[in-house]
Design a binder for this molecule. Sequence first.
Ligand code: UD1
Length: 339
Amino acid sequence: MAKILVTGGLGFIGSHTVVELINAGHEAVIVDDLSNATMQALSGIEKITGKCPEFVRVDLKNKKEVQNFFSSHSDLDGIIHFAAFKAVGESVYKPLEYYENNLGSLVYILQEMRDLSLDNFIFSSSCTVYGQADELPITENSPVKSALSPYGNTKQVGEEIIKDAIEAHGFNAISLRYFNPIGAHPSAEIGESPLGVPLNLVPFVTQTAAGVRQQLSVFGNDYETRDGTNERDYIHVVDVAKAHVIAVERLLKRKNLTNYEFFNLGTGTGSTVLEVIQSFERVSGESLNYKIVERRRGDVTAAFADTTKANAELAWKTEKTLDDAMTDAWRWEKKIRNI
Ligand code: UD1
């Protein structure tokens, strides 16, 4: 059993990862500033696992708070760092807040790791580092392209900061580059709760079906894909969470081949926006009100993962389908809307 810090542990991917850590017999300590999460996630975790992990409210962009937290938690075996702002569009209007939050917190945590001789760091990265890749599916060797948004840049620069820190201080780390995590826990005790109008496709789909939104806008159907709509690699959040447990255990057992590794987390299969809608309609029995509108600025035509490296080296592969994810997302939406 290991003691693992999960920053952003009440957020969407963080809360699911805490559940999988506990299921695997580990102890999770959650840090969150509740800027985009609620305490309900903690009770959801407890309902699913029967255990209530330690929770500490910390603003990770406040160096003093980070130091205080670590001074009473110097016995951590590993750190999974999710805490970050993640709205691509918002980052364009608030770049300095994004750099302060996403990079400030990272630097402060790495400084504490150095000072307390802690090790084993998992970084929440994104397929956004590849931009519009020249070749599909996207392998970990695809070049990192210049970022399309400040949010994307925080993931690229974050990976660079970790690389430099490793060279100077000898940590072991893994960056997990997620494609499009969706869905919810099958128990419907935890899920995605975007504040305000959702920017991501799946919460917009489920909110539209729930009557919270009137109509889904599909951003463009004139792309060079099989039906003209964008193609993405949608991966169930529980599969993403399980990969984090495997990655941190890999570091704990020193199975890593180099002290900084990168893995894509995707299913290996792309689905178009219309295929996501069809999947939703199939599993829910609802008919979705949507219309085709103009392209959204900054969208790449297609992005899906080559999962060979993660499958082989992590001995991990996705277990859940797009239909499973849409079923769970809909179950969660109905629960939080009392439908
Ligand atoms: C983006 C980022 C990704 C980031 C994620 C988190 C890029 C290239 N990708 O993913 O790195 O981690 O956001 O927020 O920056 N769509 C609609 N109607 C909607 C919403 C979305 O048609 O109302 C379409 C989009 O055009 C896109 C697909 O659905 O084709 C998925 O969009 P979204 O869920 O926002 O994710 P990405 O843009 O792929």
